[in-house]
Design a protein around this ligand. Structure first.
Ligand code: FAD
Length: 421
């Protein structure tokens, strides 16, 4: 008889896990506080499927950047003082993990998972015919200074051995790949093109996959916040939602930035906290000429991604606790970024309908997600994917399903062990 697996969370990671688990023959149900899939952080992200961006955001020197950010409203990574007391434990670990050695080890592990994940994403896209404004144009990281470009290329070099492909383009080659950058040609020193990357609308993908899960027999329970995990003699046997208890053989937590709350009563102190980001979705159906490749501004942790008839400008990072208010200055940052990259297109785009959004990335202190069984048997995690949740979702789901089935995963699961909490 096949086991009952209950997945908490219907974002990218929960739906990806549900799909892989169902494919293995488990009886799967998904429960979420929202009324449908991908309505939290997976809703309007930058849409980039980027094995090329495996580096954790706590890069060596991050403590100086955070300190300086206290006085700079436009800083790429901004620290807010108000939530600090609640973030001290996570924050200390975040800084501790910013040593060169730990940073590079996490980047290597993330790259392996991201690459595997992109293969899984392509395969489910083709199998199910999912439509999500998928673009297979790679990403283009544009630089204003040659020195910065050389430094970025040198920094990415250690990943070439792992299989990362990239080419360094001069100004002319950059413009031939993205002609819409012509009006800022004099400010471009060159770019790095990562041809393996793809992009698309993560919310559309998740909704399409959730529909396929339902068709395949996965049961969904919406509008049901989970209040607690049920523990019997050290084994997690189900969940409590309101007055109801739901029992399962295995429980999977795919609850994004909120995961730590359900774990804390079980003495599991998950070092994952929210790092806030923003996006603007703009209507580009009226443009005569459109951008055709996602363009990354590395310094701002930001990206401009074409998505069918829309253009999404997304990024920036704010350590601001669970605050989800839309800060006008962070929105202005994204508008300025758009104007800086596409000064000719921006006036028309910013004149049309703009959909601002903010989301909380589930950021782990060591830059790697948690995938696997915790020290409480019967309780599994797939969370803490930070800025890579879309890139790594399908690979994480497949990895988790292999582990729950007791099979040997395709990639090394040890860097992501959930026993490291
Ligand atoms: C601005 C921005 C840009 C980004 N760009 C990219 C990008 O280009 N590429 C990329 O790879 N990643 C990107 N990310 C990161 C990515 O979006 C996240 O890592 C990913 O969405 C996390 O998915 P998740 O399933 O873990 O969490 P979520 O999408 O937040 O899903 C968690 C679900 O759990 C549910 N839940 C939580 N607690 C409970 C509870 N107690 N009971 C019931 N349900 C519960 C929530 O309702 C929610 O539906 C970006 C993020 C942001 C904010």
């Amino acid at each position: 008889m096949s086991k009952d697996v209950l997945v908490i969370g219907a974002g990218l990671t929960g739906i990806a896990a549900a799909w892989s688990l169902r494919k293995k023959g488990f009886n799967v149900s998904v429960i979420d506080a929202h009324e449908g899939p991908a309505l939290e952080t997976s809703y309007a992200n930058a849409g980039a499927l980027t094995p090329s961006e495996p580096e954790p955001w706590n890069a060596p020197g991050v403590h100086w950047d955070l300190l300086k950010s206290l006085f700079d409203p436009h800083a790429a990574m901004k620290l807010r003082l108000a939530p600090l007391p609640g973030l001290i434990g996570w924050g200390m670990k975040f800084l501790f993990n910013s040593s060169r050695k730990r940073y590079e080890a996490s980047a290597r592990a993330n790259f392996a998972l991201s690459r595997y994940s992109l293969e899984q994403t392509r395969s489910v896209r083709d199998e199910l015919g999912l439509e999500f404004d998928n673009l297979q144009a790679g990403t283009l990281k544009v630089f204003q200074s040659e020195d910065r470009m050389k430094a970025a290329a040198a920094a990415a070099e250690f990943l070439r051995d792992e299989g990362l492909e990239f080419s360094i383009l001069d100004r002319e080659a950059t413009l031939s790949l993205e002609p819409q950058l012509a009006s800022v040609a004099d400010r471009i020193a060159g770019s790095i093109h990562y041809p393996m990357d793809e992009s698309g609308d993560a919310q559309r993908f998740t909704a399409g996959l959730a529909a396929a899960c339902e068709k395949a027999g996965v049961e969904f329970e919406w509008n049901s916040p989970v209040d607690a995990l049920l523990d019997r003699a050290g084994r997690i046997i189900g969940i409590q939602t309101g007055e109801d208890e739901i029992h399962a053989d295995e429980v999977v937590l795919a609850t994004g930035h909120a995961s730590w709350r359900l774990l804390k009563p079980h003495a599991l102190h998950l070092p994952v906290r929210p790092v806030k980001g923003y996006s603007l979705t703009l209507d580009m159906s009226g443009l005569n000429a459109r951008p055709g490749v996602p363009v990354v501004d590395d310094a701002m942790h930001a990206i401009v991604t074409p998505m069918g008839d829309r253009l999404r400008v997304a990024g920036t990072a704010e350590i601001a606790g669970e605050n989800k208010t839309l800060s006008p200055e962070r929105i202005e940052n994204l508008k300025h970024l758009l104007i800086g990259i596409y000064p000719d297109l921006a006036p028309q785009l910013l004149d049309g309908e703009i959909q601002p959004w903010t989301g909380l990335r589930p950021m782990s202190a060591d830059g790697r997600p948690f995938i696997g069984e915790t020290r409480a048997s019967g309780l599994w995690l797939t969370t803490g994917h930070g800025h890579l949740g879309w890139t790594q979702a399908m690979g994480s789901g497949a990895l988790l399903a292999d582990l729950i089935a007791g099979e040997r995963p395709v990639i090394d699961a040890s860097p992501f062990s959930a026993k490291r909490i």
